[in-house]
Design a protein around this ligand. Structure first.
Ligand code: IDP
Ligand code: MG
Length: 151
C-alpha cells in the first residue's frame, strides 16, 4: 500500500472537474483517506514546490497555484503513486497519453489540472504536508472494501 497526494489545481476547480476527477480516482481503485478544499497562500505554495525554486517557471507556478481554491486529497492504494500518475498523464498535456486527466483537461504544461506525488517517499511527505496523523488514519470498513471498486 502506498500513500500519494492528489491536488486538483485551480483550473480543475474552476472548470467544475472535482467530481469528474475524484470519480476517476476512485474508479481506479484508489481510496480517499482525507480531503480538503483550501486557498494556498504564496508561502505555503512556495514550501510545497520548494524543489522547483530557481527554475524559470517557478514564479508563474506560484501565481497559478495561488490563483484560486484547490482540493488536496490524500489517497491510498496498491502501487498508489504509479496508479495515480498513470491516471494523470505526463506533465505537458500535449505529451500526455490519450484518456489521461491532463490530456483531457489540461491547458498547458503549467496549467495541467492536477498534481500527483512522484514517488512513494514523496507520497508520505506530501500527504503529511497537508494532513495530520489523525486525519490520515480515518478508515471505514467500506472504504477499504475492494468489492466497492468495480467499474
Ligand atoms: P509533475 O507535476 O508532472 O510532477 P514537475 O516537473 O514536478 O511536474 O513540475 C511541477 C509543476 O510545475 C507541473 O505540474 C506544472 O504545473 C509546472 N511546470 C513544470 N514544468 C514546467 C514548465 O516547463 N513550464 C511551466 N510550468 C511547468
Ligand atoms: Mg512533480
Amino acid at each position: 500500500m502506498e500513500r500519494t497526494l492528489l491536488i486538483i489545481k485551480p483550473d480543475g476547480v474552476q472548470k467544475h472537474l472535482i467530481g469528474e476527477i475524484l470519480s476517476r480516482v476512485e474508479g481506479a481503485g484508489l481510496t480517499i483517506k482525507s480531503m480538503r478544499m483550501l486557498q494556498l497562500d504564496r508561502r505555503t505554495a512556495g514550501r510545497f514546490y520548494a524543489v522547483h525554486r530557481g527554475k524559470p517557471f517557478y514564479q508563474s507556478l506560484i501565481e497559478y497555484m495561488t490563483s484560486g481554491p484547490v482540493v488536496v486529497t490524500a489517497l491510498e492504494g496498491l502501487s498508489g503513486v504509479n496508479r495515480l500518475r498513470s491516471l494523470i498523464g505526463a506533465t505537458d498535456p500535449s505529451q500526455a497519453e490519450e484518456g489521461t486527466i491532463r490530456r483531457l483537461y489540461g491547458d498547458s504544461i503549467e496549467r495541467n489540472t492536477v498534481h500527483g506525488s512522484d514517488s512513494a517517499e514523496n507520497g508520505l511527505v506530501e500527504t503529511a504536508f497537508f494532513f495530520g496523523t489523525a486525519e490520515l488514519d480515518i478508515t471505514t470498513e467500506n472504504a477499504q472494501d475492494e468489492s466497492y471498486v468495480n467499474r
